[in-house]
Design a protein around this ligand. Structure first.
Ligand code: OGA
Ligand code: MN
Length: 397
């Protein structure tokens, strides 16, 4: 692949796009041999062990949110990407299922906002989990059954919600896509989940960023054929605060580029439980997810089914024990899907939003009706989000 990347850089002006397409290709499948796998934990000339703040988070505080003691985390930096930290699954055995359930059952609930709200009434999207569990628990009947709401879920926003209010032509591929408007606004806010704030606080503290305040979150729900286009996350007002990313379920390829859209990216695997921190010079780098790939053995939350949390931890943790039925639904879902959570602090200390016109508020959701337009089977829906000049899509393309 090193050869491949080099030849692409020589031959074309948009190296990132070419490498994106290379990994997105299905037939024949791409050569993954040059993709960095941090879970193997082998330092190399590119992969360097990262220094963490070992006293910022006590073992008890870490366990409270389902994390291993910080000294046991396998954290890495990447040569050439200062501020980028990759933590290879720091979760305690048995705690990932709780976070998966939060992503599938709790966070899609109102007042949080999801893609289904764009073309359904709030009563129809009131209980996505409850309306989906029957369909998801039953073994496939062989008949073509309508997709459950959970299977149609593509994104959820938490805290300060993005406005998904503009539609445009994608200049780099084909089709109509949604633009992510690059403003958050003070009046489009709902309370951020406390336990997710705590998890983010502990991880960022261990990475040298005390006092992080999770104010906005985006959950992306990927099916096996989904991808996320090349973009920068620059909507937040304070870029000195890190951006955090959590992966659950199936694996994916992550491409981390440079400050220019054309800079060739580095490819790495994201497995279930992996955490990425983009801070400092890496906070505003271009990145993308060209493909989802089946989780290798030993990397699915499925294998944690029987590992209930050590009883000594149960009283002092936000990680609740979950019912067998909840787990049955979650494990079936993540057998073919990936969930990614990105957490952002939007405002710096003492910072506030500039005055925003009130039309940026909730009414924008109405304008995005037709989000699934062009979709053939409901799965072909595309979501486009954008920072000021870039595009993101999730869905079959
Ligand atoms: C995002 C993002 C990466 C991922 O939501 O902005 O870059 O792994 N997500 O899904
Ligand atoms: Mn991003």
């Amino acid at each position: 692949m090193a050869k491949m990347a080099a030849s692409m850089v020589e031959s074309g002006e948009d190296a990132f796009r070419k490498i994106f397409k290379f990994y997105k290709r299905r037939n024949p499948p791409p050569d993954f041999s040059d993709v960095i796998d941090f879970s193997r934990g082998v330092p190399s000339d590119k992969v360097i062990p990262a220094k963490l703040d070992l006293v910022a988070v006590s073992d008890t505080e870490a366990a409270r949110v389902g994390l291993q003691p910080v000294r046991d985390w396998r954290a890495f930096s990447l040569q050439g990407y200062p501020g980028f930290i990759f933590i290879s699954n720091p979760f305690l055995l048995g705690s990932q299922p709780f976070w998966v359930r939060q992503c599938l059952k709790t966070y899609p609930q109102k007042p949080n906002v999801c893609n289904l709200d764009m073309h359904m009434s709030s009563s129809d999207t009131q209980d996505i989990w409850g309306k989906s569990i029957h369909g998801l628990s039953c073994p496939p009947s062989g008949k073509r059954e309508p997709k459950t709401l959970l299977e149609r879920l593509r994104w959820v926003t938490l805290g300060y919600h993005y406005n998904w209010d503009t539609k445009t032509k994608d200049p780099w591929s084909v089709g109509v896509m949604w633009l992510r408007s690059h403003t958050y606004s003070a009046n489009h806010y709902t309370p951020f989940p406390a336990e997710l704030n705590l998890l983010s606080f502990q991880i960022t503290a261990a990475c040298g960023f005390p006092g992080f305040n999770a104010e906005a979150g985006i959950l992306n729900y990927y099916r096996s054929d989904s991808s996320l286009g090349i973009h920068v996350d620059e909507s937040e007002l304070d870029h000195s605060r890190p951006l955090l990313s959590f992966s659950f379920g199936q694996s994916a390829i992550f491409l981390l580029g440079g400050t220019c859209r054309h800079d060739p990216p580095t490819a790495m695997y994201m497995h279930s439980g992996d955490v990425m921190v983009m801070s400092g010079e890496s906070r505003l780098l271009y990145h993308a997810v060209p493909c989802i790939i089946p989780a290798p053995q030993g990397h699915t939350a499925l294998e944690m089914e029987d590992c209930s949390l050590a009883s000594s931890l149960r009283d002092s943790t936000v990680v609740e024990q979950m019912s067998e039925q909840d787990w049955a639904v979650c494990s079936r879902y993540i057998q073919s899907s990936r969930v990614n959570v990105t957490i952002r602090q939007v405002l710096g200390p003492g910072q506030s939003f500039p005055e925003t016109p009130s039309h940026h508020h909730r009414t924008d959701a109405g304008q995005t009706d037709g989000y699934h337009e062009g979709s053939v089977d409901g799965e072909r829906s595309k979501r486009m989000r954008s920072s000021s000049c870039d595009f993101v899509d999730i869905g079959k393309t």
